[in-house]
Design a protein around this ligand. Structure first.
Ligand code: ADP
Ligand code: 5GP
Length: 221
């Protein structure tokens, strides 16, 4: 585990906390799936990013993002306050480090809705503690339909998101799992299964060593 990001052991048979990343081209459904996961699972908490992009109608400062100006973002970089940061669609986005560390210490896994650049940086820092999922739309026509039906962006912004889609999709191979979000419930079930299985990996089960030692002692005794 690298530098200041140290997942702590937690839960009954103690295990390391994991950093669960969802990325996708804009409109493929990652926010929807992240919301479903947070509702369904009390052991995982969302990392709330800092951004310089303008707040959209319906978004809450401190819940969806921490909305800041460019100067404040620069100060946070200078203070090494970010685990990772990147420029996406001309705006800056970053993951503040302190809340992530605090949530890990409280025994939570952390869910990240970040792009491929942030995912790479997080993986460089936290390696095996990171689980990376990339979500694809079934087609670009469906992707456009979803961006239009979400009704949060102007036509111009939808066009720029569509133009970026192919280059974002080209980073699919930097992820551990790639899912097609056709049927939402089916895709969500896969995400939930991945999380459940990843939690059981031997390398995360820090409590196993003493558990097995005790088992073997019983055998000898
Ligand atoms: P992202 O966070 O990847 O930009 P969203 O989660 O905001 O995407 O989803 C974009 C739109 O598509 C939303 O209106 C959402 O309700 C809808 N959506 C997401 N997944 C599906 C799906 N499997 N089938 C139909 N609509 C979907
Ligand atoms: P949106 O503006 O639509 O909310 O997000 C645009 C893109 O920025 C999405 O691909 C989202 O995953 C990404 N993003 C959001 N927060 C962060 C962050 O903290 N770091 C990075 N690297 N990307 C982020």
């Amino acid at each position: 585990m690298a530098d200041n990001l140290s997942p702590v052991s937690h839960h009954e048979l103690s295990r390391r906390g994991l950093l669960f990343v969802l990325s996708s081209p804009s409109g493929a459904g990652k926010s929807t799936i992240a919301g479903m996961l947070l509702k369904d699972d009390e052991q995982i908490a969302m990392s709330v990013s800092v951004t310089t992009r303008p707040q959209r109608p319906g978004e809450e400062d401190g819940k969806d993002y921490h909305f800041v100006g460019g100067d404040e973002f620069e100060e946070m970089i200078a203070d090494s306050a970010f685990l990772e940061y990147a420029t996406v669609f001309g705006n800056r986005y970053g993951t503040p480090a302190a809340p992530v560390q605090q949530k890990l210490e409280e025994g939570q896994d952390i869910l990240f809705d970040i792009d491929w650049q942030g995912t790479q940086q997080l993986y460089q820092r936290a390696g095996e503690d990171v689980v990376r999922i990339f979500i694809l739309p079934p087609s670009l026509t469906v992707l456009r339909d979803r961006l239009e039906s979400r009704a949060t962006d102007s036509n111009e912004i939808i066009e720029s998101r569509m133009q970026r889609a192919a280059s974002e999709i080209s980073h699919w191979d930097g992820y551990d799992y790639v899912l097609v979000n056709d049927d939402l419930d089916a895709c969500f079930a896969k995400v939930r299964n991945i999380l459940a299985t990843e939690r059981m990996r031997r390398a995360r089960q820090t409590g196993l060593i003493s558990f097995v030692r005790d088992l073997m002692a019983q055998e000898r005794g």
